[in-house]
Every structure is written in C-alpha cells, then in structure tokens.
Design a protein around this ligand. Structure first.
Ligand code: CUA
Length: 321
C-alpha cells in the first residue's frame, strides 16, 4: 500500500512527465501508458504460459507442440506486439517535434538557452534575433503559445528538459538545437538538466513560470524597465568588490557576461539554479562559499570579504525586482 501510494504520488506535481501541462507532454504521457499496457500484456502472457507449463500441464509436450510455441510466442507474437508499439511511437513523432528548417520558424517567440557550468543562461530574442533581455535559471512564458527554444552550450553537453511540457533535447557545444514547446496550463513547473555534465549536474535546475498572456506582457515590460540603481550601499559594495566583472545588473555599471545576469534577482523563486530557496541568508552563504553549495562552480569564494559587506550585498540583491 505504501509503495503504491508512493508510486502514484510521484506521478503528479511540477516536474512530472505523467502530469502533462502541454500538448507534447500529453503525447509523451499517452505513449508511456500505451507502452505500459503493451508491456503488461507481454508480461501476463509470459508468466501465464510459465504457470500453465509448470503447474497446470506438467507432462512433456510433443516436438510438434514445442515447435509451434516457439514460432508463435518467440517470433510471430513479439514481431506483432513490438511492431505495433514501434509504429505507434513513430506515428506520434511528427506531431511532437514538427521538423522546421532553421529560419522557417517565423512568428514564434524565441528564447535562447545556454547550458553553462552549472546554470542556465536564458535570453529572450526580438524578431530580428537581437537580445531583448537576459536572465538566468528561470523561463517565463505565455500560456497557449508555441515558444521556440534554441539550445547551445560553450563547453560540455547538457540536456534541457521540462517534463511537464515535453521531451528532452540535448544541448551540444558547437551547434544549435531547436525545439518548440507550448504550455496549455498556467502554473509553475520545474526543469532540469538531464545529461551528466559534471560535479553539479544534479544542481542545475530552473523554474518555468507559465503566465496568462496579459500577465506575461506585464512581466516583460516590468523586466525591460528593471533598474538596480537604487540601494546605493549594496550596489557600491557590489561594484567595489568586483562582482560587476562577471554579473550584469540592468541600470547599473555592472555589465559582466561570465556569470548569471542578476537583474531582478529578488523576484526569482530560487538561487544557484534551483538549489536553494531565494533568501537573503542563502545569497550571503553563496557569496561566501559557492563551492560548498555547488561543487565545480566557476565563481570563486568571497569568504575574505568583511561579514557586514556580504550581508549588505545580499540584502541589495534580494531587494532587486
Ligand atoms: Cu548540465 Cu547535467
């Protein structure tokens, strides 16, 4: 009973391919159930035959019967069942991942996602392919609209996966993989890296916030107008200690491109790519010892900064919206 309830409870939630929130995820879930039923039928057939042969009719069978059993159960049956499942799976494909040539996706909203070590760089592109705005570890998208993701990585392979919205796609250095996803239900979902990429592979998640169209437009406008220039003390320390060499905060002199863009950081649900809840304490912890929270991260430790400075910077970052 416990196992059953544990198994069923893991089927729903913000990161489950069996709790679809988009057309592609629905196809994936349907395929899973069809495969499950097909697999169960084969299992019942095999175990039933075994039971029959060892418990019901235990006497030896003729060579002729044995030959028929091998032909039907060992060749014809599997070819028929596996052939049917394969045909069904291949039949689903064009619908799930319609093939479009690069440049032919006209009209779709474009989001460029870069797999970094170990976080996600997210850039919203305008119609001409220019960068409209950049954020990290969060994807905000409108409900009911196909969004085109173009995926790339500077160094190692990752895999971009939002189980609630669709299948995964590899993120490969040196090439751009494209994938269009649509969300049919507003809500907050969770995406992950699904390809082992290094020490913090498992600490590389992101939030997907699907908003109604008006709320999305409002978010976009608010985000385009975001300005981190208030909060003088914290910003001054942030710049003085060199944080701006790696991080950008819109409206300030901080325009580093190496690390995550921190504009409106306070509005994100989590920090360190889905690793910690977004609190001032956690931001301070990360500044002091990023390696402890995220092994292999490129950001150096700032444990040598005066304690008060770290707190002031963390308070400033938490206040950015
Ligand atoms: Cu990135 Cu695993």
């Amino acid at each position: 009973m416990f196992l059953l309830s544990a198994a069923l409870s893991s089927c729903s939630g913000i990161q489950s391919a069996l709790d679809p929130a988009g057309p592609e995820a629905e196809d994936v879930a349907t395929l899973f159930y069809v495969m499950l039923v097909g697999g169960a039928a084969i299992w019942v057939g095999v175990v039933g035959t075994l039971f029959y042969a060892t418990r019901v009719r235990r006497e030896p069978h003729s060579e002729r019967t044995a030959g028929w059993v091998i032909l039907l159960c060992g060749a014809v049956g599997p070819v028929f069942i596996l052939g049917a499942l394969l045909t069904y799976a291949v039949w689903l494909l064009p619908n799930m991942r319609p093939w479009t040539a690069p440049g032919e996706e006209g009209g779709l909203r474009q989001i460029e996602v870069t797999g970094e070590q170990f976080w996600w760089r997210v850039r919203y592109l305008d119609a001409s392919g220019g960068v409209l705005l950049e954020t990290a570890n969060e994807i905000i998208m409108p409900v009911g609209e196909r969004v085109l993701f173009s995926l790339n990585a500077p160094d190692v392979i990752h895999s971009f996966w939002i189980p609630s919205l669709g299948g995964k796609m590899d993120v490969i250095p040196g090439r751009i993989n494209r994938m269009a996803l649509e969300a049919s239900k507003a809500g907050v979902y969770r995406g992950v890296c699904a390809e082992f990429c290094g020490a913090s592979h498992a600490l590389m998640a992101f939030t997907v916030d699907v908003l109604e169209a008006e709320a999305f437009d409002a978010w976009l406008q608010q985000r385009l107008a975001a300005d981190g220039s208030s909060g003088a003390d914290g910003l001054g320390l942030f710049l003085r200690h060199g944080c701006g060499a790696c991080h950008t905060i819109a409206g300030t002199q901080a325009d580093g491109k190496i690390g995550p863009n921190l504009t409106a950081l306070g509005a994100r649900g989590s920090i360190a790519a889905g690793t910690l809840p977004n609190t001032q304490d956690n931001i301070a912890r990360f500044i002091r010892s990023p390696e402890e929270i995220k092994p292999g991260v490129h950001m150096p430790s700032f444990a040598m900064l005066p304690e008060g400075d770290v707190e002031t910077i963390a308070a400033y970052l938490k206040g950015l919206e």
